[in-house]
Design a protein around this ligand. Sequence first.
Ligand SMILES: NC(=O)c1ccc[n+]([C@@H]2O[C@H](COP(=O)([O-])OP(=O)(O)OC[C@H]3O[C@@H](n4cnc5c(N)ncnc54)[C@H](O)[C@@H]3O)[C@@H](O)[C@H]2O)c1
Length: 254
Amino acid sequence: MAGRVNGKVIMVTGAASGIGRATATLLAREGATVVLTDVTADAGRALARELGGPHVFIQHDVSDERQWQDVIGETQKLFGKLNGLVNNAGVSGPVPANSIETETLETWRKINSVNLEGVFLGCKHAIPAIREAGGGAIVNISSLAAMVATHQIPAYGAGKAGVRQLSKSVAMHCAFKGYKIRCNSVHPGVIVTPMGESMFKGDEREKAKYLRSIPLKTFGEPVDIGYAVLYLISDESKFVTGAEFIVDGGASAI
Ligand SMILES: NC(=O)c1ccc[n+]([C@@H]2O[C@H](COP(=O)([O-])OP(=O)(O)OC[C@H]3O[C@@H](n4cnc5c(N)ncnc54)[C@H](O)[C@@H]3O)[C@@H](O)[C@H]2O)c1
């Protein structure tokens, strides 16, 4: 049976853990050649080995522009093209971080050098490569935090809101230029990953309280986001660009 992304070369950042790991695994299963990247090399390499050839892992810090140029060049050298990019890598910083009154400029910059600048750099450098390949798609992992207040993690929420807006700008730029590149954002609610768990700091009562506020009465699994990405990166979504896809068990609907 043909996979949903057969023949495509797709890069997934932050692929060593959580949502990136599940997404990379799903894309590989659906026929893509996946370039997994992450700052964390051991887990990333192990997953690439588990997935087997042709999938590869390349160590990559998304906040470093030079490394973006290298990793995209390396992908083109290895596979001759890049059809899609999933900007997934992210950090939440300490939770609860701080309030707006105590947040340090250093932490603010550190978080957003990954969460917002990393996505900016990814889009900027992937666009010419995806154009060369004849078109494709970019999916940016934002958050529900782009839409609702995050008073305990202001830098995170602000950065994710930036990703939501940037995705629309990229989508319109590419559409108006006739590049055949679509760009959309995905907005997860709480997903069970190391980052998702860190929100509760092992406080089971807090976790249960949050769970009660989710209409579907469950947290999401990483693959729930993987399936949204699969649709948006595949040609099935050829008429979808500049859109935001919320995957949150209904949390934002009430
Ligand atoms: N888990 C949730 O509840 C949730 C909710 C909304 C949005 N998100 C977003 O989903 C994405 C994935 O999060 P997750 O929950 O899987 O987290 P995670 O912590 O399990 O995985 C994040 C991955 O990003 C990598 N990473 C961190 N900094 C990096 C850098 N500078 N360059 C490259 N890689 C880097 C980490 O090594 C890790 O492998 C993030 O953008 C996150 O903000 C997660």
